[in-house]
Design a protein around this ligand. Sequence first.
Ligand code: 8YV
Length: 325
Amino acid sequence: MAKPTLLTTGPMMALIEDGIAEAFIVQRLHEAKGDRQAFLRRIGPQVRAICTGSHTGVRTDAAMMDLCPGLKIIGNFGVGYDTIEIPAAAQRGIVITNTPDVLTEEVADTTLGLLLGTVRELYQAEKWLRDGRWTKDGDYRLTPASLRDRNVGMVGFGRIGRAIARRIEAFGLEVSYFARNPQPGVSNRYYPHLVAMARDVDTLVAILPGGPATHNLIDAAVLEALGPRGILINVARGSVVDEAALIAALRARTILAAGLDVYVSEPNINPALLELDNVTLYPHVGSATIHTRNAMGQLVVDNLIAYAEARPPKTPVPETPFRGW
Ligand code: 8YV
């Protein structure tokens, strides 16, 4: 039987390229010469699978799905799949798969690094040393912020949020959470209103899905409620924070500091952020270790191969349950 055609929307790690090569004829959107639309119109009718990820910068939307009328599965490299138009896939019976669980602990580890680094100005302190200022100007300043007297509110309390909370609690801090619904089996204080939680805590950690439902959720009102001791950590998606409001709050010091791993238009960072000394900036490295990226890549391959071998996929997302190929 002829191999089905798979479209990649951007460069994929070698593990994925090798894993899909056996089972699929692979077409690469980013290698299309000239007009991408013309390329899609030409190969779209054969495409049965798409392999994508937020790093490709390509939105798998209804228009792309319409150009691929036989599309059955979209294998996403990443737990977040906000670059895919989810209702359009659900309507067409296309299964989206993502990479849950395998990155949970890694992202939680990175978040603690970002939190500690932001609170204790660890990057700024290292830069002080590297710039030769320790010998010239003396000790780095005592930091105004400490974890010792902090009170954390999680914005989102899914698998990764709870893994972050476990770590923060191990540091002796109290953790509350805001989510759409109270989570079963946890004793942390639940807030149905984000502004109310922001008023009661001084540290927010955002780890919730991107997309229309959470767009600019952390806005000027939330930042104002967080107040002048406030620290915002975002390891979710750039879109969940109103970036202009955040920049204004950091500039005016109406919040103390922020630590960001994600941005509105990655990898193009708003230059205003680069000029601020009260923000720690990571280049979206939450899950970025060889160990974890290999596990994510393998899960992408397993899901796509499941289609090629007519088996159920391992990790379909809740909005597009598997109902047979
Ligand atoms: C991915 C992420 O590595 O899983 C996610 O949702 O944001 C990262 O872990 C990133 O999407 C790479 O494409």
